[in-house]
Design a protein. Structure first.
Ligand SMILES: *Cc1c(COP(=O)(O)O)cnc(C)c1O
Length: 394
């Protein structure tokens, strides 16, 4: 009998030949500035744990206390019997933090994007989307069956041109961008996009996954960074990155949130967060407000490490945030570089096609507030040495 899944094996063999097959690195300690992966202690430049909150004592305690009082699971989806007091408190806390009417929390940022775009649009509608928007936005757009119009990266004039052409076309228009782009670390052009959306009556939506806890006052995100309060109707954030736990949220008007309570499919058909997750997230917002020095340290480390890479002769692309790519070109080289860095003591992810365009492969670094100067110096030295040996640096 032949194996009907044999084609999967053939594809895996192809990836092995091309040098793009990836084995999962297994984390054997806490996620921290230095962690143990696959039995080896390395400097971790591959986490989204920007502020070190994954191991913050207050989040740990809040989670443990919630387990003791409420157990480990919520028992149901939000709309049946799985809405706990903690879930409501977290939504109220985030809405107040972001200065909006209301907030709904999803199981992940992915679910927040995919569930929201697909819920608020129909096949008669139009989406105008940056070409580098996150996969969860792209999936949400596809699920909505609305017509998708992609504009070149950060090209506000091109986005506005599409919106102008759609002025005479029936259906609602949604203009959507990442706040911070996850592969290049550049910031979305919110002021230009918001103005374009306003001129053409489009809904404005921003996915602030990598800006939550990183940009704006106390990490309020790109809307706060650019002073665009009240002008972005749908604000998405994540609780999985700088906030250190797990989840995604949508902030906006009370009507938007209540509509999502009724129609967002991940909200309706997938079980809500365990109480420990909601409790730890609640504690994280206290930390964001009370320990702003973490964000200052994140940015000081970012400037230091970026300058070090540039001084060594690396091409760090167009990054403006703690996400700093080291461009190498071909995917195979990026993966080889990443493996060699690991052997020398640094974890930094190799990223190639289809995550980034062909010929734009890179090793991506993310520093956190918890890296010491000594660790950053050591990481820079390893980058220089390995890159010279591999001919990546002349
Ligand atoms: C990480 C990320 C998400 C997904 O967030 P999760 O909470 O990890 O599911 C969504 N959008 C962008 C831009 C991201 O970088």
């Amino acid at each position: 009998m032949s194996n009907p899944l044999a084609y999967l094996h053939d594809q895996l063999e192809d990836w092995r030949t091309q040098g793009t097959y990836q084995r999962l690195r297994v984390l054997e300690s806490e996620s921290a500035a230095e962690s143990r992966f696959d039995g080896k202690e390395v400097i971790n430049l591959a986490s989204n744990n920007y502020l070190g909150l994954t191991t913050h004592p207050r989040l740990r305690e809040a989670a443990l206390e919630a387990v003791r009082r409420f157990g480990v699971g919520s028992g149901a989806v939000r709309t049946i019997s799985g809405t706990m007091r903690l879930h409501m408190q977290l939504e109220e806390r985030i809405a107040a933090f972001k200065n909006v009417e209301a907030c709904v929390v999803f199981q992940s940022g992915f679910a927040a994007n995919a569930g929201t775009v697909s819920a608020i649009l129909t096949p008669e509608d139009h989406i105008v989307s940056d070409e580098l928007n996150h996969a969860s936005i792209i999936d949400g757009c596809r699920l909505s069956k609305a017509k998708i119009h992609v504009f070149p990266h950060k090209d506000t004039a091109a986005a506005e041109k599409i919106l102008a052409e759609l002025d005479s076309v029936a259906g609602r228009k949604l203009l959507i961008t990442d706040g911070v782009f996850s592969m290049d670390g550049d910031i979305g052009p919110l002021p230009g996009l918001v103005e374009a959306a306003e001129r053409h009556g489009a809904i404005m939506m921003v996915d602030d996954a990598h800006a939550s806890g990183v940009l704006g006052r106390n990490g309020r995100g790109t809307i706060d960074h650019f002073g665009m309060h009240g002008r972005v109707q749908v604000q998405v954030g994540t609780l999985s990155k700088a906030v250190g736990v797990l989840g995604g949220y949508v902030c906006g008007s009370r009507d938007l949130i209540e509509f999502l309570y009724h129609r967002a499919r991940p909200f309706l058909f997938s079980t809500s967060h365990p109480p420990a997750v909601a409790a730890a997230c609640l504690a994280a917002f206290d930390v964001l407000e009370q320990e702003p020095e973490r964000i200052d340290q994140l940015w000081a480390n970012t400037r230091y490490f970026k300058q070090g890479l540039v001084a060594a002769g690396f091409d760090t692309g167009i990054s403006e945030t703690p996400i700093t790519p080291v461009m190498v070109g071909e995917a195979r080289l990026a993966f080889e570089f990443s493996r060699a860095l690991f052997d020398a003591g640094v974890l930094a992810t190799g990223i190639g096609f289809p995550t980034v365009p062909k010929g734009r492969a890179r090793v991506r670094t993310i520093v956190t507030s918890t890296h010491t100067r000594e660790e950053l110096d050591r990481a820079l030295e390893i980058f220089r040495t390995v890159a010279r040996r591999m001919g990546i640096l002349g």
